[in-house]
Design a protein around this ligand. Structure first.
Ligand SMILES: Nc1ncnc2c1ncn2[C@@H]1O[C@H](COP(=O)(O)OP(=O)(O)OP(=O)(O)O)[C@@H](O)[C@H]1O
Length: 360
């Protein structure tokens, strides 16, 4: 342990691991007065796959930049790998990998040359470089194109090279800032496999994403950030359970007046006895209740008796989008921007992002 490393032995997670990240009341206000992060606290144990989920502009990148010592916090206490972000910046930089939103790949160089360049930048001992580069090229499936210029790489290949470059010095903790934005589902899945592999090897991962499915698939635990504040945290399954029940989606033939009338029937007719929540959507209503399955048919009868035509009906388990809706009253749409209820209601789970141009 370096002399200035904090001994956090009294603040270990319950299972004896140490914390890779500890932040308490982190605040960051930009020079123009924008309060990007207001009182964020988190504790990420070593080895965890931790997700930081939120819409555009929520404060994810700002938080990551503080953790990676690229921005000084305005207030709060932050330790990364046991080091203080205010006083031990060099030690933190040596002990983390950072895959930024913008690519670090130099397109005039080959994949192998880019990795060599990253080894230089991180001071990887010369004797270790060749083996490490081969290992990373294999891991991210770029061995076949190792000596090809990165210029011709697809978006997915560049992202995989970016991720490999963040890992040449074998950091115990890696920050991935929206690593799959703009990739097609196939390219995204390949990156997910790679991230899972490095996490299985023991690397702590701090991932920011605006994709609900990504957070759900990869993360052991996550925090949801909105307008610079954490609004929920927990394991994806726990958060979904906390929504409290199952979701009943009812599609209606008629427009807004019929949807409001249907919502009124749910609220006033006491068909569901557990005080359900009801949301008006683009094409009907959504009811969240522990009795969705049992009482769903009774609702259909009540709607028919009121002269409202039902065109579709489905009971399902809650998704992270339902969690987001329950907490914020807004959906998180596929562009990562929070959309008011009843406007853009499809989640990133259902709509893939733009193609990234033919990832092989
Ligand atoms: N250099 C800056 N100066 C002033 N305000 C900034 C600066 N960088 C970011 N902001 C503002 O801070 C807030 C948080 O931005 P941040 O980039 O951290 O959000 P984000 O969740 O990472 O969003 P995105 O998904 O768009 O990257 C936003 O209101 C943004 O406009």
């Amino acid at each position: 342990m370096r002399s200035n490393q904090v001994d956090r032995s009294v603040e270990q997670p319950p299972d004896g691991r140490r914390y890779a990240i500890e932040a308490e009341d982190l605040e960051l206000t930009y020079a123009d007065g924008t309060e990007a992060v207001s009182g964020v606290s988190m504790a990420v144990p070593e080895g965890e796959f931790f997700g930081f989920l939120g819409p555009n502009g929520a404060g994810k990148t700002t938080t990551i930049k503080v953790l990676a010592t690229l921005l000084n916090p305005t207030a709060g206490t932050v330790h990364v790998n046991g080091f203080d972000v205010k006083t031990d910046q060099q030690a933190i930089r040596e002990s983390i990998g950072y895959m930024a939103q913008e690519t670090s790949v130099i397109t005039e160089m080959t994949a192998r040359e880019n990795l060599r360049f990253a080894c230089d930048a991180y001071g990887v001992p010369r004797g270790d470089r060749a083996d490490r580069i081969e290992e990373l090229l294999d891991l991210v499936d770029l061995a076949d194109v190792a000596d090809k210029q990165a210029e011709g790489f697809s978006g997915g290949m560049k992202k995989r090279l970016d991720a490999a470059m963040a890992l040449v010095h074998r950091p115990p903790l890696v920050f991935l800032d929206e690593p799959t934005t703009g990739l097609d589902p196939k390219a995204r899945n390949r990156l997910w496999d790679y991230f899972e592999e490095i996490n299985d090897r023991g690397t702590t991962i701090f991932l920011t994403t605006q994709y609900l499915e990504e957070a759900d698939h990869l993360c052991d635990r996550l925090s949801v950030i909105l307008d610079g504040e954490i609004v929920a945290e927990g394991a994806p399954e726990t958060l979904k359970r906390e929504v409290g029940g199952e979701i009943l989606d009812v599609e209606l033939e008629d427009g807004p007046a019929a949807r409001e009338q249907a919502a009124g029937i749910v609220r006033e007719d006491h068909i569901f006895e557990d005080d359900p929540t009801v949301d008006v959507t683009d094409d009907g209503i959504t009811v969240t209740s522990r009795e969705s399955r049992k009482r769903g048919p009774d609702l259909l009868v009540a709607l028919r008796d009121a002269g409202i035509t039902v065109t579709g009906f489905n009971v399902r388990s809650p998704t992270l989008d339902d969690v987001f809706l329950a907490i914020t009253g807004e959906h998180l749409d596929d562009e990562g921007s929070a959309a008011s209820n009843g406007e853009a209601v499809e989640s990133a789970v259902e709509r893939p992002a733009a193609a990234d141009g033919g990832d092989p």
